[in-house]
Design a binder for this molecule. Structure first.
Ligand SMILES: Cc1ncc(COP(=O)(O)O)c(C=O)c1O
Length: 400
């Protein structure tokens, strides 16, 4: 196995023999295209007119004031078309798949944001699209299921296991093994066998590159700390990519602590997992003493995955990035706080990172600077928020 497929001791290609030819074909096409000016020009043009890039850098003044500490900025990936960073990757892979002559697209989705992003690019390019989604996630993220169907995608429910992202990913891999000749699998995060983790990072690094440039232009300096939520790890690695070579910038990934890491009901693979193989890659995963993958829990469907991308495992082991876990109830409180103080409703995934940004801001104090990757918008989570804490928020300006 070549060095290119690894991040330190992590990564690799742990897949059935039938997929090796497809991975080689993808690797070759990707390595060629990433140097191809025609491909890069097409991607840049579509990022500008279809996604709406560059997304703004936003000074969260009222949250900064509320925490009374470090200055907080958001990189606004919620303003991407379809409402999250996921479209950066789906668009890039769809352009690649077209150039490879693939006729059909499949994807897995958790929160539905990656499924919607994939269904969107497939509608745009006229490609048939099948999205695998856990039955539990279809219930939690029902609006996104309707969006995918409206866009013309077939959504296939997956009822095995915990009926969440891991199970959907396993089904998508099964489909790919069967239909590998004409089908491209658009993986939604920096997980899976090589070249996916590197390719998805490169398609998401636009977040970090833009953010670094914008931050320097508006603040004349770099942030002290960059924070992002971590499911599989794509918004965070895209953001980190812009700053990983700046030793003064601390990188922090926020995982889903669920009901508390100590309860075992969580999805914090870096904080609470061990090295193992999942979905074709060697990384940190949640597993029992026999190597069986453990069921996970998070209120945020997009974080509810028992593994993390291999590059995160490497960054954690090197100590270049640190990882923390934030619980469901803390994320719900942060969702409400941000919505009311900034008029921006964050995705529940993002809300995990917002809670940690609050803690850090207090700790670091005035004069310090924090940059958050605001990975997506929270409209999709209205149902979930209302079901865990029905209208307990006072009307602004009304009786308190
Ligand atoms: C808004 C949002 N943020 C974060 C994530 C987590 O994924 P990743 O860690 O790949 O960015 C998801 C996944 O669905 C998401 O929808």
């Amino acid at each position: 196995m070549s060095e290119r497929t690894r991040f330190g001791r992590f990564g690799g290609q742990y897949v059935p023999e039938t997929l090796m030819a497809a991975l080689d074909e993808l690797q070759t096409a990707w390595l060629e295209l990433r140097e191809d000016n025609g491909f890069l020009d097409e991607l840049r043009a579509r990022q500008a007119t279809f996604i709406g890039r560059p997304t703004p850098l936003y000074h969260a003044e009222r949250l900064t004031e509320h925490f009374g500490g470090a200055t907080i900025h958001f990189k606004r990936e919620d303003l991407c078309h379809t409402g999250a960073h996921k479209l950066n990757n789906a668009l890039g892979q769809a352009v690649l798949a077209r150039r490879m002559g693939k006729k059909r697209i499949i994807a897995e989705t958790g929160a539905g944001q990656h499924g919607v992003a994939t269904a969107t690019v497939c509608a745009r390019f006229g490609l048939p699209c099948t999205v695998y989604m856990g039955a539990e996630d279809m219930r939690r993220q029902e609006v996104n299921v309707r969006r995918m169907r409206m866009l013309g995608a077939e959504v296939r429910p997956v009822s095995s296991g915990t009926a969440t992202l891991k199970d959907a990913t396993s089904e998508a891999i099964r489909d790919w093994v069967t239909n590998v000749r004409d089908t491209h699998y658009i993986i939604g995060s920096v997980v899976g066998p090589a070249p996916y983790p590197e390719m998805v990072r490169e398609l998401q690094r636009v977040i970090g590159d833009e953010a670094r440039h914008q931050y320097l232009a508006s603040e004349n300096t770099l942030p002290d700390t960059v924070v992002a939520c971590v499911g599989g790890g794509s918004n965070s690695i895209g953001m980190f990519a812009g700053f990983v070579d700046d030793p003064s910038v601390e990188l922090v990934g926020v995982e889903a602590g669920g009901l508390g890491v100590e309860t075992g009901q969580h999805a914090a693979a870096t904080v609470g997992g061990q090295a193992g193989v999942l979905h074709g890659s060697f990384s940190y995963i949640l597993q029992d003493q026999f190597g069986q993958v453990l069921p996970t829990h998070s209120i945020a469907a997009g974080l509810d995955y028992p593994g993390v991308g291999p590059e995160h495992a490497m960054l954690a082991e090197l100590g270049r990035a640190s990882y923390v876990a934030v619980n469901d109830d803390e994320a719900v409180a942060a969702f409400k706080l941000c919505t009311r103080l900034e008029g921006i409703m964050p995705a529940l995934e993002t809300s995990h990172a917002i809670h940690h940004v609050g803690e850090l801001a207090r700790e670091m104090g005035p004069g310090a600077r924090i940059l958050l990757c605001f990975s997506g918008r929270g409209d999709k989570d209205m149902h979930t928020i209302e079901s865990v804490s029905p209208t307990d928020m006072p009307v602004i300006g009304g009786p308190q």
